[in-house]
Design a binder for this molecule. Structure first.
Ligand code: SAM
Length: 193
């Protein structure tokens, strides 16, 4: 079984957006307790590599292709550790898929929770821009609200296309959606001003 029900969300996202191929390298942000790590490890198989990061400790996972680290992705030193783990220079295309299920601690204040989730999604997007290979894919959870369209538009400049997906398993958490960027491209699809 899976460590978290959220595993089914990632399976559904993969069913509709085809995120993983055997042998892929995957970065999973906000990975505790590890449901998405388990699904990603299955999908990429023993020749793949999955790196998970979370504020919380993640209990060891069986598949040897999974490594985890405890840290705050809003802090530079965590991002540095991730870079060392990936053994990459910034801007070097080395990762096939970046997935983020990071979520802030909920205050119940709708605007604040939304803004914080967009901030975490932007950090994940920056990580994607640093490490994705051309053609790579990106997924980030975000709570619905007024900044969603802006983020989606920014992503549109770096991916062939962007979809907003609400997996059936998300239905009970009504305000969460997943932004999915397909086909990372370093040449901007449309230039800003
Ligand atoms: N996808 C996970 C799974 O399948 O097991 C569930 C992730 S849970 C919904 C969201 C996670 O985001 C929490 O474990 C939380 O600690 C993490 N998180 C929130 N802010 C973070 C940050 N700044 N850096 C790293 N992880 C963060």
């Amino acid at each position: 079984g899976y460590r978290a029900r959220s595993a089914y969300k990632l399976k559904q996202l993969d069913d509709s957006a085809n995120l993983f191929t055997e042998g892929d390298t995957v970065v999973d942000l906000g990975a505790a307790p590890g449901g998405w790590l388990q699904v990603a490890a299955e999908k990429v198989g023993p020749r793949g590599k999955v790196v998970g990061v979370d504020l919380q400790r993640i209990d060891d996972l069986e598949p040897h292709q999974v490594t985890t680290m405890r840290g705050d992705m809003t802090e530079e030193r965590t991002r540095d550790r991730l870079r060392r783990e990936l053994n990459a220079e910034e801007g070097e295309g080395i990762v096939d898929t970046v997935i983020s299920d990071m979520a802030p601690n909920m205050t119940g204040e709708y605007e604040l929770d939304h803004a914080r989730s967009v901030h975490l999604a932007r950090i994940a997007f920056e990580t994607a821009q640093q490490y994705l290979k051309p053609g790579g894919d990106f997924v980030a959870k975000v709570f619905q609200g007024r900044d969603l369209d802006d983020l989606r538009e920014e992503m549109g400049e770096s991916f062939q296309y962007v979809r907003t997906i609400t997996p059936p398993a998300s239905r009970d958490a009504s305000s969460e959606v997943y932004l999915v960027g397909k086909g990372y491209t370093t040449a901007p699809v449309s230039e800003g001003e």
